[in-house]
Each structure stands twice: as C-alpha cells, then as structure tokens.
Design a protein around this ligand. Structure first.
Ligand SMILES: Cc1cc2nc3c(=O)[nH]c(=O)nc-3n(C[C@H](O)[C@H](O)[C@H](O)COP(=O)(O)OP(=O)(O)OC[C@H]3O[C@@H](n4cnc5c(N)ncnc54)[C@H](O)[C@@H]3O)c2cc1C
Length: 248
C-alpha cells in the first residue's frame, strides 16, 4: 500500500489529482486498505495541527489534530469534550484525526453529531483555492468529497453554544444512536439525530418549538437503521438534552 508524505499543499494536491489517490489522516479507518492500486496521501506533514481562536467567537481546529489532543483542549464549546472523548477508545484517539473521523463517520459518531449540532463549517483546499462548506453539506455529498483533488484543512466551530447529548456514554460506549442538542445564548437551537449513515439535522430555529414533530418524521425515515432503539427512547433523549441546554 503506497503512502506518500507530502510537506506542501501543492505536492499533496498534485498527488490527489490521480484518480486512485485518497487523503489519509491517522490511517485507522481507511477503506480499500487491501487495494494494491490505491495510493494514500498522508496529510500529517502539512502543518494542519493547530487549534486557534478565529475572530474571537470561533475555534479553528486543524484537520490533523488528534482526537486525544482535542479532548484536552480548554476552550471548547461547553459539552463538546465529552463527545470527543466518546468517539474512539484511547489507543485510537491518540492517532485518529479530526478530518479522518468526520469523513469516516456514521450517524452515531459522537464528534460528527456534536459538530453537526454546532453547525460547524469545514475548510477545504482545492487547486482553485480554499472553500468553506457546512458539515451537513459534506455529508449530503460525501462521495464527491472523498474523491478528487481536495482535502479538508480545518473545522470552524462557534464557541458560544453549549451542547448536550444522550445516551450518556457510561451507559453505552459505542451507541447505535444518539441525540445532540445545541443552544446559542440568544436561543437558536439545533437538534441532531445520530442515526444511519450520517448525523441528521432535525431542527434549527430560534427556539425548540416543534421538535417532537420534526424528530418523529426523521426517526420514521430512518427506522430501518434504528436496530432496536425505539421511538420512545429517542424522544426521551431529545426531551432531556433540550431541557439540559435550556436550563439556566
Ligand atoms: C478499534 C476501533 C474502535 C473504534 N470505535 C469507534 C466508535 O466507538 N465510534 C466511532 O464513531 N468510531 C469508532 N472508530 C472509528 C474511528 O473513530 C476512526 O477510525 C477514526 O476516527 C478515523 O480517523 P483517522 O484520522 O485515522 O482517519 P483515516 O483512517 O486516515 O481516514 C478515514 C477517511 O477520511 C478520509 N480523510 C482523512 N483525512 C482527510 C482529510 N484531511 N481530508 C479529506 N478526507 C480525509 C480518508 O480518505 C478516509 O476516507 C473506531 C476505530 C477503531 C480502529
């Protein structure tokens, strides 16, 4: 399995112009690992491992920051560190990168559901320049984003909202489903259902009004993926997380 380790973006993008080349982060979840024709471009030499304040109210998290380091970061939105810690066991979290985790995520990947609730933006480098793409749009077109000459360079996360999730991960280390709510200081509320192939946005509004109806229709659409996680359970999780983020 050939792995290239470029030190510059131009070199990395040139490798990724090849149809059989893909970016690699920590390498813990690479598809087609046995494919002899696949070429991997390890992006960890590109200096994408900083975590820094961005215009005061945002945090810019480099694509190759390992989950273990992100979990130790002081200035995360309230409630996010628990989701980072729950995403992979410690031996994997030491290597797994933020971008690799988001691109390999399923619906109930805690970091992905948490960042979706926070309406995070992803930053991409392409031969045409930098692009800013909402995480939800990446999941809507994931096949497109996982091929071609582009790579995620960072994630931008607002610091003001707080997030809450269920189940609590002491109850279930690798949940089949989860619910995450985020609330901004002025009341904007987002509710995400972590189920199926990617986290699903249930509600984004100035208040949680209408959450139960919106959640029921999302759950129904994904029921085949629910594998024993009942509607009553999901509804109760949503009630709890919304109460938690709205508690003063
Ligand atoms: C033992 C074990 C237990 C695990 N338990 C859980 C669990 O409980 N819950 C859970 O959700 N996950 C779990 N995982 C999955 C784990 O979270 C992922 O393997 C890991 O986060 C992937 O990160 P990585 O940096 O190694 O990505 P890689 O394996 O390097 O890449 C993964 C994908 O992302 C793409 N990619 C990587 N970097 C970039 C980039 N910069 N731009 C664009 N695309 C990129 C790659 O092309 C590839 O498609 C587990 C994995 C293992 C091995």
């Amino acid at each position: 399995m050939p792995i290239y380790r470029p030190q510059h973006f131009d070199e990395a993008l040139a490798w990724l112009q090849q149809p059989n080349a893909r970016p690699m982060g920590g390498g813990t979840h690479i598809p087609d690992a046995d494919d002899p024709d696949r070429v991997w471009v390890d992006v960890r030499g590109l200096g994408l491992d900083a975590i820094e304040r961005d215009r005061g109210a945002w945090l810019r998290i480099g694509a190759t920051v390992p989950l273990a380091r992100l979990a130790r970061q002081d200035s995360l939105p309230a409630g996010l560190a628990a989701l980072v810690r729950a995403t992979a066991p410690p031996e994997i979290a030491a290597r797994a990168t933020v971008a690799g985790t988001l691109m390999a995520a399923h619906g109930a990947t805690p970091l992905a559901a948490g960042l979706m609730a926070l309406d995070a933006n992803t930053l991409w480098m392409t031969p045409e320049g930098e692009e800013v793409i909402p995480l939800g749009d990446v999941y809507a077109l994931r096949a497109w984003y996982t091929t071609g000459p582009r790579l995620m360079t960072a994630v931008r996360v607002p610091l003001a909202p707080r997030v809450a999730h269920r189940p609590r991960f002491s109850d279930a280390d690798a949940p089949l489903a989860l619910v995450v709510a985020a609330r901004w200081p002025r009341g904007r509320t987002r509710l995400v259902l972590g189920l199926g192939e990617a986290p699903q946005l249930v509600l984004d509004g100035p208040s949680p009004d209408g959450w139960e109806h919106a959640l029921a229709s999302r759950y129904q659409a994904l029921q085949a993926a629910a594998r024993g996680v009942s509607w009553e359970q999901v509804r109760e999780w949503a009630r709890q997380v919304l109460r938690e983020v709205w508690a003063e």
